[in-house]
Design a binder for this molecule. Structure first.
Ligand SMILES: NC(=O)C1=CN([C@@H]2O[C@H](COP(=O)(O)OP(=O)(O)OC[C@H]3O[C@@H](n4cnc5c(N)ncnc54)[C@H](OP(=O)(O)O)[C@@H]3O)[C@@H](O)[C@H]2O)C=CC1
Ligand SMILES: Cc1cn([C@H]2C[C@H](O)[C@@H](COP(=O)(O)OP(=O)(O)O[C@H]3O[C@@H](C)C(=O)[C@@H](O)[C@H]3O)O2)c(=O)[nH]c1=O
Length: 284
């Protein structure tokens, strides 16, 4: 029986994994929130791992506020790099397979074709740099790891772009959304199922993988699709901008090439528009 520890379980992806777990009755799960297991605390981590015999750990715990990371880099690095190192050490010492989530923001966005796992990284904001450092620690420490880089996650849970757009639209605020970045919105429920599928398949094809929904769009295109999904918000004023001011720089192009994932795991990928439609049909 595989026994899986899921950290950061009250976050967006953690909660999607909890929902997806119902479709994997052969897998046993232990879900821990930040309050139950703070991954910055190595004593707690080592104690927790030694008292349980996990086969896998999915680390969804992270610092994900891209804007605030610019003014509190210590906190971003403490969670996304140093704490990830502690989880990696616990996995290594207990022979646990580590599954970790990283981001399209490890790239600088200067490429004009979908990024491969082998492309050079060069983060342009603090969040991306902290996530890259976390990736590097895992590769140094663990032999048995999967790092899934994904992009533009949204779901029925937590803070995400879909929630932001709906909140503004419901408050009848006009929306001005940028066309400066191109990427791929990814339904976190799809990522959750993909991660559990990798475990269920008993895969030992360890390494870095790119995983997103299919296709590409801008944040403006994403907002348009979100509003099209709700009849009552169809009159929301939505305008384009090519200069939306933010604290953090974001990669102009961060589409991920998913071919490696498709070849190795042979699981279907759905188009990003279908991912948005599924969210509204199934959860909202
Ligand atoms: N959201 C996105 O668009 C994308 C996310 N990713 C990556 O996917 C993963 C999941 O993201 P997502 O679920 O959206 O993020 P969330 O911010 O929704 O969830 C992260 C969770 O981790 C918790 N956490 C923070 N610090 C600690 C800690 N020290 N110990 C334990 N738990 C902690 C947070 O708690 P609290 O909120 O109380 O601090 C939160 O519940 C992350 O690794 C993220 O970098 C990658 C690409 C896109
Ligand atoms: C709220 C708002 C944002 N924007 C812009 C700002 C930014 O360029 C873009 C997206 O803004 P957000 O802050 O919602 O998204 P952001 O926090 O950049 O999302 C990122 O989160 C991290 C965790 C990741 O790993 C990435 O893959 C990505 O999903 O939209 C507008 O143009 N208009 C608006 O009204």
């Amino acid at each position: 029986m595989k026994k899986i520890l899921v950290t950061g379980a009250n976050g967006q992806l953690g909660r999607c994994i909890k929902d997806a777990a119902a479709s994997f009755p052969d897998l046993e799960f232990v879900f821990v929130s930040k309050e139950e297991l703070d991954i910055e605390n190595s004593d707690l981590l080592l104690d927790f791992f030694s008292k349980n015999s996990f086969t896998h750990c999915i680390n969804t715990a992270a610092y994900t506020n891209v804007e605030n990371a610019e003014s509190e880099p210590e906190k971003a690095f403490a969670i996304n790099a140093e704490a990830v190192k502690k989880v990696a050490v616990s996995c290594k010492e207990n022979d646990v397979v580590m599954l970790h989530i990283s981001t399209d923001y490890v790239f600088d966005g200067k490429k004009q074709a979908p990024y491969l796992e082998t492309d050079a990284t060069n983060p342009i904001n603090v969040y991306g740099a902290s996530k890259l450092k976390g990736e590097q620690y895992i590769q140094e420490i663990c032999d048995k790891f999967f790092i899934f880089r994904t992009s533009w996650l949204y779901s029925q849970y937590g803070h995400n772009f879909v929630k932001t757009i709906l909140k503004y639209a419901e408050a009848e605020k006009p929306l001005t959304i940028t066309t400066e970045q191109t990427g791929t919105p990814t339904n976190a429920n799809d990522l959750a199922k993909a991660l559990l599928q990798v475990i269920a398949q008993d895969s030992t094809d360890y390494g870095i993988y790119h995983y997103s929904n299919g296709g590409e769009t801008t944040w403006f295109g994403f907002a348009e699709e979100i509003l099209q999904q709700t009849e009552k918000l169809k009159d929301t004023k939505l305008a384009k901008t090519n200069h939306y001011r933010t604290f953090a720089a974001r990669p102009a192009y961060s589409v991920l090439n998913n071919k490696k994932y498709l070849i190795i795991f042979k699981q279907p990928l759905i188009d990003w528009r279908k991912g948005v439609q599924n969210l509204f049909n199934q959860y909202l």
